[in-house]
Design a binder for this molecule. Structure first.
Ligand SMILES: *Cc1c(COP(=O)(O)O)cnc(C)c1O
Length: 405
């Protein structure tokens, strides 16, 4: 029995069985690489689900975290926390339309805060009837009851009913459906600039601009879930910058802490004020350890990482597109360091397994997509290595049965 298999056997006895782990126990990481419990090395393009923007154990993050660990860990929001204030200032510098930040510990908590704030905003203005949330079918906003309701994926809701009332769903990318769904009871429209969990589907050209215009006219807020797409993932600080629109609130998490758990919402001055005294909170949110680490992430991105990632991402994309010649890769969706490989005639889980054997970790989604979320620090050499290995896995995968129409 391998060490990974031994860990798997122990896990099966003591952990709730909600995850479907790949059959590997990972024990060490450095940059874009991780090692399993048996000493095998992998290029990590799953990246802790788009979290490890600076790869593993980046020296600047290790330094920031350990320095903070020797200074002050946690005090709660009963006090001012200098690192938290600095982090808010740094995030707002990169987000000119926003005026207020709130910190929490994860993505779903950030979305929960964003949705609660949307209702509170209208309630404060004397319109408690404006409580409806419009969201997209097959989006992903997290696993709390409110966010799993917003996500609109039956498979994640089943058995957890009753869901949160007042949430309705429209088709992602469908401007007319959105127009029809927005009423004088709508608090907000929540949307991902690119559907991430569903397999990397960028919003169609013009969709976010239309959503901005329609929500404004309807008196509803536009809430962008940038948990996966933010913090440089698509080549800009925020993915909504590509669309040239600004929301009323956005949520961030995943890459924000580079692997240390932290979430945030950024809101306009006008809206953010309505998360008034005592209205919302969290014990751990924005604690010194999380904020010191996130500050180091931002400093690294500012210091050239983001710029360089754009170049490497362009070359990675180009090399991946060349794999289309093999006939099994039909498209490369997405932008920057968030890519969805659309497959044909081979099963994504099988390609994922072969990639793993070839020494590269990827995220198979459904039957026909492989999601890649490399660190923004991926080098050109590593990108070339990744493409070779993925190419070999694609070529080696057995043809899958043609899908029923
Ligand atoms: C990951 C993700 C979430 C949930 O974040 P958690 O930290 O897992 O709660 C929400 N929205 C999007 C778009 C995500 O990618």
């Amino acid at each position: 029995m391998s060490h990974s298999q031994a860990w798997a056997a122990r896990a099966q006895k003591v952990l709730t069985p909600n995850y479907r782990q790949q059959p590997l126990a990972l024990v060490r990481g450095q940059g874009a690489r991780v090692w399993d419990a048996d000493g095998k090395e992998y290029l990590d393009l799953l990246g802790g689900v788009a979290v490890n923007a600076l790869g593993h154990c980046h020296p600047a993050l290790v330094k920031a975290l350990t320095e903070q660990a020797g200074t002050l860990w946690h005090v709660s929001n009963h006090f001012f926390i200098p690192r938290q204030i600095e982090l808010a200032e740094a995030l707002l510098r990169h987000t000119p339309w926003a005026g207020r930040a709130f910190f929490c510990n994860s993505g779903c908590e950030a979305n929960e805060a964003m949705l609660k704030l949307s209702r509170k905003f209208h309630a404060d203005l004397g319109h408690p009837e404006r409580h409806e949330i419009v969201s997209c079918v097959d989006s992903f906003h997290g696993r709390t009851l409110f966010t799993v309701t917003a996500g609109g994926q039956e498979k994640y809701q089943h058995g957890f009913e009753p869901l949160v009332p007042g949430v309705r769903h429209v088709r992602f990318g469908d401007v007319e459906a959105l127009r029809a769904a927005l009423t004088d009871r709508t608090a907000a429209f929540i949307v991902e600039p690119t559907l991430g969990e569903a397999g990397v589907f960028p919003a169609p050209e013009g969709y976010l601009a239309a959503a901005r215009e329609l929500t404004r006219k309807a008196g509803a807020l536009l809430c962008l879930d940038e948990i996966q797409t933010g913090i440089g993932r698509t080549g800009r600080w925020w993915a909504h910058e590509w669309a040239g629109v600004t929301p009323d609130i956005l949520s961030s998490a995943k890459a924000l802490g580079g692997g240390f758990p932290i979430g945030a919402i950024l809101a306009t001055e006008e809206v953010g004020q309505h998360l008034g005294g005592g209205s919302h909170g969290t014990t751990f949110g924005g604690n010194p350890l999380a904020c010191a680490t996130a500050l180091a992430v931002l400093r690294e991105l500012e210091g050239g990482v983001l710029e360089r990632s754009v170049e490497v991402a362009a070359s990675l994309r180009e090399q991946l597109l060349a794999l289309r010649a093999g006939g099994r890769l039909v498209d490369v969706r997405g932008r920057g360091m968030l890519l969805g490989l659309a497959l044909r005639g081979v099963a994504a889980p099988e390609v994922g397994r072969l990639c793993r054997e070839a020494g590269v970790l990827v995220n198979p989604i459904g039957d026909d997509t492989i999601r890649l979320a490399p660190p923004l620090t991926l080098t050109a050499g590593e990108a070339a290595e990744v493409v070779l290995r993925i190419g070999a896995a694609l070529a080696a995968a057995p043809a899958s049965a043609p899908r029923k129409a």
